[in-house]
Design a binder for this molecule. Structure first.
Ligand code: PMV
Length: 315
């Protein structure tokens, strides 16, 4: 039996890092997808292949010591094999349009599409159950994940998310184009989240003021999204960037890229953990090409993306 599923990558439009401490964040899924194809077989092996490499382990072997970005797939496959007493293995193939390790949610999209594709070999899970399995899988490589990325990859569109109340879909027109540019600096979410934790511990007061400012900014951004006010939305993105600079997750290259984008875009900021990875700029048809050209003239790889409204596609 073969089962296919796909899930979109994502950008964080507002609130990364602050979301780890209970504040709201706004995330959008993008029209770049990860497709996962799973197949049961008689070999007692779990095999995973993607552009990141190939791995095969016997179903009896523990995946826990694996040091691989593909670990979540072994977790999902293992869970399903145990739960359904499957007397064989699973072959998983990943096909991705989302660059990995740059803050575009490639691991979350893999976990969501992986959870859907593998579980569909045995049973029909609801979106909620797939999301739960995907978050558990992501926790095998990122223990403290807020769950926000997997949530937006599952439901699509733009969501407001906080750890306590979960997510709310924002009813927005999404009549804009995002420009996403890669700094070429790899980023490691775990390390940057730890760095922010240290910053918070040594600057309690400053951090709590920034959390309040971020919450106010997100309320205004939410209103701007509802009426597609790109001027205000862009202004709030650039303001959010200032807060991220204050907590120490930006650097000269990212700041240069943001300035290049801001020459024409409505606003720009880091997206995701920062210290490297990508920036996201807000444009529409009027300033899209100019913004892309500004970034390309600085030799930065970039692409345009729209908000995806579908989320997980497995049904
Ligand atoms: O860079 P990414 O896609 O791994 O995003 C991390 C977002 C953080 O807020 C820094 C962490 C989290 O779990 O929300």
């Amino acid at each position: 039996m073969i089962s296919k599923a796909s899930a979109p990558g994502k950008v964080i439009l507002f609130g990364e890092h602050f979301v780890v401490y209970g504040e709201k964040a706004i995330l959008g899924s993008i029209d770049k997808r990860i497709k996962v194809t799973s197949e049961t077989n008689k070999e007692k092996l779990i095999s995973v292949s993607s552009s990141l490499g190939q791995l095969k382990i016997p179903i009896t072997e523990s995946y826990e010591e694996l040091d691989s970005p593909l670990k979540p797939f072994f977790y999902i496959a293992n869970e399903m094999i145990k739960k359904f007493n499957h007397d064989g293995g699973i072959k998983i193939v990943i096909d991705s349009e989302v660059p990995s390790g740059v803050g575009l949610g490639s691991s979350s999209a893999c976990c969501v599409a992986g959870a859907a594709s593998v579980s569909n070999l045995f049973t029909k899970l609801s979106r909620e159950e797939i999301l739960e399995l995907a978050i558990q899988a992501e926790q095998t490589i990122f223990k403290n994940t807020s769950g926000a990325d997997c949530t937006v990859c599952t439901y699509g569109g733009i969501i407001e998310y906080d750890k306590k109340s979960g997510f709310n879909k924002i009813n927005s027109k999404n009549d804009f184009v995002l420009v996403i540019a890669n700094s070429g600096i790899p980023h490691h979410t775990n390390l940057i989240v730890s760095k922010v934790k240290k910053f918070k511990e040594s600057h309690e007061n400053e951090f709590s003021i920034l959390c309040k400012k971020e919450a106010e900014l997100i309320n205004k951004a939410n209103q701007a999204l509802e009426i597609n006010d790109l001027v205000v939305l862009g202004e709030k993105m650039s303001k959010n960037q200032e807060y991220l600079e204050e907590i120490g997750v930006s650097n000269d290259r990212l700041q240069d890229m943001i300035k290049m984008a801001e020459k024409n875009a409505y606003g720009a900021k880091i997206t995701g953990a920062g210290d490297g990875g990508c920036i996201v700029a807000l444009t529409d048809e009027a300033n899209l090409e100019k913004t892309m050209n500004n970034l390309r003239s600085g030799n930065f790889e970039c692409f345009s993306a729209k908000i995806d409204s579908k989320g997980l596609d497995a049904f």
